[in-house]
Design a binder for this molecule. Structure first.
Ligand SMILES: [Zn+2]
Ligand SMILES: [Zn+2]
Length: 79
């Protein structure tokens, strides 16, 4: 199950489970679509993997399977 991390690792922008701007790699490193386009250019700076749009989790599902509240912020990898 996806953790649905709450923010972008590069710019710390909030990415709620309903956001269509969240992008993830296979390890679920999480970025906003702006940083994916302008800063890391489609590749995860941590693992080199592909970044794809994270699916939205419906509100009903979130009640049973809440998103993680743990923020990851590593701007040094996003030059
Ligand atoms: Zn960002
Ligand atoms: Zn990664």
């Amino acid at each position: 199950m996806l953790l649905m991390k709450p923010n972008c690792e590069c710019c710390n922008r909030d990415l709620p489970p309903s956001s269509h701007a969240a992008m993830i790699c296979s390890f679920e490193c999480t970025f906003c679509s702006t940083c994916v386009e302008t800063r890391v250019h489609g590749r995860c700076p941590n693992c080199g993997g592909e970044l794809v749009r994270r699916p939205v989790r419906p509100v009903e599902a979130l009640r049973r399977y809440p998103a993680t509240g743990e923020r990851t912020f590593k701007p040094q990898g996003c030059a």
